[in-house]
Design a binder for this molecule. Structure first.
Ligand SMILES: Cc1cc2nc3c(=O)[nH]c(=O)nc-3n(C[C@H](O)[C@H](O)[C@H](O)COP(=O)(O)O)c2cc1C
Length: 198
């Protein structure tokens, strides 16, 4: 049993998503006391944006790798293996400019791997990375669930994880973070109740 915690907020001690990932980790380690916990802070230790070498390392068979790609492969593959070895994945995902932080996108770019996490067949795309629970701790300044404003944060994550076969996917969110402390406190309280039900 492995729990993976991912953080991507750049707002330090003020971060709401880091409070959510804290709460989520406490919840799941209480529920599964013997679980191994792996954490990846994508701000403290960022993954580089993908480039020609890392793209080849991630997406082409090892036996075809040239020297530079072969050298990059173990570190790139480790990110994917860490995800695949995890039964519960907690993802801290703030909304930054209507999307996710680029640090988080760099992590996702290591997970969408043809032949490993998805494949195409005559029937269409097939996700291969199911069998785990993914819980996203989401925070945003405005209210998107009620105001029906287009966003590419939760929707991107829902599309991505759905595509790779994760059907046990949950969002725990604090909205209206920009409305002040009362709105944040109310959002956190509601989120904690949501977490208790997971
Ligand atoms: C760089 C940056 C960009 C942001 N862009 C948006 C945005 O497009 N829409 C929004 O509703 N809130 C936006 N916000 C507000 C954050 O979503 C909100 O403060 C949230 O709490 C961030 O998560 P965090 O506290 O874990 O960093 C932005 C905040 C930052 C720091």
């Amino acid at each position: 049993m492995q729990i993976l915690r991912i953080d991507s907020s750049t707002t330090g001690d003020q971060s709401i998503t880091r409070k959510l990932t804290d709460e989520l980790l406490t919840h799941f380690t209480t529920k599964y006391p013997d679980a191994k916990v792996v954490t990846r802070d994508l701000v403290a230790e960022p993954l580089a944006h993908i480039d020609p070498i890392t793209t080849s390392a991630i997406r082409t068979p090892p036996e075809t790798h040239e020297e530079a790609v072969a050298a990059a492969y173990p570190e790139e593959r480790a990110v994917l293996d860490e995800f695949l070895a995890s039964d519960v994945v907690i993802v801290g995902a703030p909304m930054y400019n209507f999307s996710i932080p680029s640090q988080l996108k760099a992590w996702i770019d290591r997970l969408g791997v043809p032949g490993v996490t998805f494949r195409y067949s005559a029937e269409g795309p097939e996700g291969l990375a199911g069998g785990r629970k993914v819980v996203v701790g989401s925070a945003r300044g405005g209210a998107y669930s009620t105001d029906q404003i287009a966003e590419n944060q939760e929707s991107l994550l829902a599309t991505f994880f759905g595509f790779i076969g994760v059907d046990d996917l949950h969002f725990v969110r604090v909205e209206k973070a920009g409305f002040g402390p009362d709105a944040i406190a109310a959002g956190m309280e509601a989120a904690k109740q949501e977490i208790a039900r997971l």
